[in-house]
Ligand binder design. Structure first.
Ligand SMILES: Cc1cc2nc3c(=O)[nH]c(=O)nc-3n(C[C@H](O)[C@H](O)[C@H](O)COP(=O)(O)O)c2cc1C
Length: 341
């Protein structure tokens, strides 16, 4: 007889179940602590100087500049703070990567800066203040950068006519032409179209088919505006006609080992929503909902989100305007992320 079998005989069943639960909770707490420590060990900090983490911060700031460049209300001279960050990270990347001239993020930095310079020159805007933020070699390299030769970054204008027959397009075509759209036409979004989007998104897989995802459809302009004000990542854009909040119902999960599953399932569901919206010819942009405690409390109060749900992400939705500038959001090459084992 094993030790475990002997213990089971001696200890009453209720106590045995209690012990097993306690062991589960302790193991869960240890895994949670280890996960949190690992995250803190490795996330990209302002003071990080290694290649990967410098690239992370550079990608973040390139995207901020792209957002400014793709803004319908483009404002000459915007983004001094972001430019200073891009300059700092490109200099760090020159040190961190001996092959930096071919580094995709470095090239994206040059490309986005090239568009910034070009757009301002077209407007006859004096860029001497921005120029001072960069070492001369980077500023000049950006000037000479020919995006068509290599990696592109920045913005381009998308026409809504290209979306007309989305429903009959194949998946690859649809996925390759989806872009986050942050500015919408003034037409209301038909409810029957949204219902079709929800219908197809219900086919999203979930752990043991427990279907924890919940969606809040917000159309009251005051509430949409307030929710986005709390969210903070959609500043400077008009209020979208529809805002979806994707959440996960924690009651669908069964132990601490599943604590990340709400975000996995909710993330998958969100991607289904994004593709379904694209297929039905609606414009959309996913928006961060990883809130601080204060943002979390205010959002719950505003939208009446129960304590047993985790916010996963927002999705702003609207109709495509006739044409709209979008960020290129250049992707890495597959070979840079795939490991064959
Ligand atoms: C979880 C998540 C959070 C995001 N948060 C924001 C946000 O707060 N503000 C914003 O303008 N875009 C946000 N985005 C959109 C990304 O910037 C965009 O998806 C990315 O640059 C890729 O571009 P694409 O969607 O055009 O392919 C978010 C995207 C995801 C997936």
């Amino acid at each position: 007889m094993t030790m475990k079998q002997m213990m089971k005989r001696i200890i009453p069943t209720t106590a045995w179940v209690g012990l097993r639960n306690l062991k589960g909770r302790l193991c869960g707490a240890r895994a949670e602590g280890a996960q949190s420590k690992r995250f803190k060990r490795w996330y990209s900090r302002d003071e990080s100087t290694d290649k990967t983490r410098v690239e992370t911060r550079l990608a973040f700031d390139i995207h901020r500049l792209e957002k400014g460049l793709s803004h319908v209300g483009f404002r000459d001279g915007f983004g001094k703070g972001v430019l200073a960050e891009i300059s700092k990270r490109m200099v760090l990347l020159e040190k961190a990567d001996s092959n930096y001239e071919k580094n995709p993020l470095y090239l994206q930095g040059l490309a986005v800066l090239h568009e910034y310079q070009h757009r301002h020159e077209e407007d006859g805007y004096d860029l001497s203040e921005a120029k001072c933020l960069f070492p001369a070699r980077i500023w000049e390299a950006a000037h000479e950068y020919r995006p068509e030769d290599s990696i592109e970054a920045g913005s381009f204008v998308m026409n809504s006519s290209s979306k007309k027959d989305n429903l009959s397009r194949g998946f690859v075509d649809l996925a390759e032409h989806r872009y986050s759209v942050r500015e919408y036409s003034s037409e209301p979004v038909p409810q029957e179209l949204l219902d079709k989007v929800y219908e197809v998104s219900m086919k999203t897989p979930s752990v043991c088919n427990r279907q924890a995802t919940r969606v809040y459809q917000i159309t009251d302009p005051g509430k949409v505006a307030e929710a986005l004000e709390i969210q903070g990542g959609f500043k400077g854009y008009a209020v979208p006609p529809v805002l979806l909040l994707v959440t996960s119902d924690i009651r669908a999960f069964m132990n601490n080992g599943e604590r990340n599953e709400p975000f996995v399932d909710g993330g998958l569901f969100s991607m289904s929503l994004l593709y379904a919206l694209e297929a039905y010819g609606l414009a959309a942009c996913p928006l961060n909902a990883m809130f601080s405690l204060d943002q979390d409390r205010r959002t719950r109060e505003l939208l009446d989100i129960p304590d047993y749900e985790f916010p996963v992400m927002y999705i702003a939705v609207g109709n495509f305007p006739e044409s709209v500038p979008v960020c290129r959001s250049t992707r890495r090459l597959p070979e840079s992320i795939i490991t064959r084992i």
